[in-house]
Design a protein around this ligand. Structure first.
Ligand code: SAM
Length: 192
């Protein structure tokens, strides 16, 4: 596990994206994967289908901006969930119908079990509500899988994920009040 990563403190977190429709969800599913990486998840799984556009975009970001994230696609989502549970992990399904995040995040954070966070697309089959250890609402209004995942991870990691420095990055941003400052790094993370 990469040093300084929130998973060191909070345990392993994978994100399972279900219901992806390649003809219309490429951009939003890519954004789910980007949030998973940037906000500290250790894995991104695209369930039931493979979409090379999504997976190549994520690989490209990992290559340039660093980080180590397990990537997989086309795995049967239901079987993946059952196997995750069988191996002792817990399952958190993000849905507007669930319990308010503030009422359950303390309990979720205190469990050392690896966490599988499920985000849906249009309609989520009942199986996922029933198989989940927690159905968690980021407020009980409909919004977006990208927003829901970002806020869930931020609450889980108590804001620490926004300070992650990814190893093996080729590029790093130098925060600047007014201009774009990006430096290139060599394989040892030293400015080139
Ligand atoms: N009817 C869907 C539902 O069950 O939440 C809303 C579909 S929404 C376009 C796609 C995904 O965004 C959902 O499957 C869920 O993972 C996430 N989502 C949307 N609003 C949410 C909320 N308020 N809390 C948690 N997750 C939400």
């Amino acid at each position: 596990m990469q040093a300084g990563h929130p998973a060191e403190r909070y345990g392993r977190v994978y994100v399972l994206r279900i219901g992806h429709r390649p003809e219309r969800d490429k951009r939003i599913t890519t954004h789910v994967g980007l949030v998973a990486r940037a906000f500290g998840a250790n894995g991104f799984i695209l369930g039931d289908v493979c979409d090379s556009h999504v997976m190549e975009s994520l690989r490209g970001v990992l290559e340039r901006w660093g980080g180590v994230m397990h990537l997989e696609c086309g795995v049967p989502s239901r079987r993946y969930v059952m196997e995750w549970r069988r191996q002792g992990g817990e399952v958190i399904h993000l849905t507007m119908y669930g319990l308010h995040v503030d009422d359950v995040i303390g309990e979720i954070r205190s469990s050392p079990k690896p966490k599988l966070v499920i985000v849906g697309a249009e309609k989520v089959p009942p199986f996922f509500y029933e198989a989940a250890d927690y159905n968690v609402a980021i407020g009980n209004q409909p919004h977006s899988e990208v927003a829901a995942l970002a806020i869930f991870l931020d609450r889980l990691y108590e804001g620490r994920e926004l300070r992650i420095e990814f190893p093996n990055a080729k590029l790093r941003i130098i925060p600047s009040p007014r201009s774009k400052k990006v430096v290139s790094l060599d394989s040892e993370g030293i400015e080139g």
